[in-house]
Design a protein around this ligand. Structure first.
Ligand SMILES: [Zn+2]
Length: 334
C-alpha cells in the first residue's frame, strides 16, 4: 500500500494543479443496491488455511521487488496457479520508470473466470513488495517481505478460486494482480514531491486495457490479513461506490465481523483510485487502517511485515464476507 491521502495533500501544496485529479465526486450509475440476500451457509466456507498457505508461498520467494529473482519466480508461480483455476491467465508486461529513475519491466498478472459472461466483477490486489523498509527503525534500506502488504490480498483471492471451483459460479470474474504498486517515492525522502509515483501497474492497466465486457464493479484487497485489522469506509471508495461499500460492510457485520468492518472513515491512495478514475469501474478498497486516523499498522513498510503479521481469523472474516457478496451477485443480481 502507498501513502495516506494526508501526505498526498501535502504534496499538493507544492503542486496545486494536481489536486484536481482527486477533487471530483461522482457516483456511478452502476452501483449496486444495498439489499442483502440470504446465502446458504455452505457457500460461505472460506478456507483461511489455504489463504495463509498462499501467502506463505509468496513470502518463500523473498521480497517480490521488480527486477529481482524473487519477483520473477513469484510471478511464474502466481501465473501457474491462476492457469489451474481459471479459463485464461496471462501477464500484461509494461515498462515503467520509478521515482528513483530506474527502469523496470512490470508484470500485471491477469485472469478471467467465466470469460464469456458479459456480467462481470473485478477482484484485485497488488502483488509486488516495497523495495525499501522506509518505516523500519533498524534497517530502512532493505526490501520488505510484504506478507500482509501484498501477500494477503493475493492469498485471499487465490483461495476464493477454490470456492468457485467447489461451488460453481456463473458470474464472470476478472482478477488482476497489480505490479509496482509499492515502489512509490518515500514521503520522508526530502526529494521534490512527485505525484502518481505509486500504483504504476494499476495506472498502466487502467489506461491500456481493452475490455470485451467491463466489470460492473470491483473490490481491491490490500493488507487484509493483519491481526485485529480494522477496515474503514474509505473516501474514494465511498465517492465512487458507496452502495457497494455499504453492502460489503453490511455482510461483514451480519456475519459477525463487526470488529473488522467498521463505520469510521479513512482516505488512502491505492490502486482503486486509478481504477475508478481511469478505467471507470466503481471500485472499493478493503484495507487495514487504524481507528482515529491512526494510519497503517505499526509494521507497515518495516521488516516486521512477515508471516507473524498475518492472522488467519482476519483472513476468514474477509474471505467469508467476499463469498457472501460474490455469490449474492451471482444468484440474485445478474
Ligand atoms: Zn505498501
Amino acid at each position: 500500500m502507498g501513502i495516506s491521502k494526508v501526505l498526498f495533500l501535502v504534496f499538493c501544496l507544492f503542486q496545486l494543479h494536481s489536486c484536481q485529479f482527486f477533487s471530483s465526486k461522482e457516483e456511478s450509475s452502476s452501483n449496486t443496491d444495498t439489499s442483502v440476500q440470504p446465502i446458504e451457509a455452505s457457500y460461505l466456507q472460506f478456507d483461511e488455511n489455504l489463504a495463509y498457505n498462499y501467502i506463505d508461498k509468496q513470502v518463500s520467494f523473498g521480497p517480490r521487488v521488480p527486477s529481482t529473482v524473487g519477483h520473477k519466480a513469484c510471478a511464474e508461480w502466481i501465473l501457474t496457479t491462476l492457469k489451474e483455476m481459471t479459463d485464461t491467465a496471462y501477464i500484461q508486461e509494461f515498462e515503467s520508470i520509478t521515482y528513483d529513475s530506474k527502469k523496470h519491466k512490470g508484470k500485471n498478472i491477469i485472469a478471467k473466470l467465466n470469460s464469456k459472461n458479459p456480467t462481470r466483477i473485478l477482484l484485485c490486489a497488488h502483488w509486488d513488495t516495497r523495495p525499501i523498509a522506509d518505516h523500519d527503525p533498524k534497517n530502512p534500506t532493505g526490501p520488505i517481505l510484504g506478507a500482509n502488504d501484498a501477500g494477503s490480498g493475493v492469498g485471499v483471492i487465490l483461495a476464493l478460486l477454490q470456492n468457485f471451483k467447489e461451488k460453481p459460479i456463473t458470474l464472470g470474474i476478472d482478477i488482476v494482480f497489480f505490479d509496482l504498486e509499492d515502489y512509490g517515492q518515500p514521503e520522508n525522502s526530502g526529494l521534490t514531491p512527485m505525484e502518481n509515483s505509486w500504483c504504476l501497474g494499476s495506472q498502466y492497466w487502467a489506461k491500456n486495457t481493452k475490455h470485451e465486457f467491463l466489470p460492473r464493479w470491483g473490490i481491491l484487497l490490500d493488507m487484509v490479513g493483519g491481526k485485529d485489522a480494522t477496515f474503514l469506509k474509505e473516501e474514494t471508495s465511498m465517492n465512487y461506490a458507496s452502495n457497494l461499500v455499504n453492502r460489503v460492510w453490511s455482510h461483514g457485520q451480519k456475519l459477525g465481523f463487526e470488529k473488522h468492518f467498521r463505520g469510521e472513515s479513512s482516505s488512502v491512495i491505492d490502486d482503486h483510485v486509478y481504477i475508478n478514475k481511469l478505467a471507470g469501474i466503481p471500485t472499493i478498497d478493503i484495507i487495514h487502517y487504524k481507528l482515529n486516523n491512526g494510519g497503517f499498522a505499526d509494521y507497515w513498510h518495516t521488516h516486521d511485515d512477515n508471516m507473524s503479521s498475518v492472522d488467519k481469523s482476519t483472513l476468514k472474516a474477509v474471505g467469508k464476507t467476499l463469498l457472501n457478496t460474490i455469490y449474492e451477485e451471482d444468484k440474485y443480481m445478474q
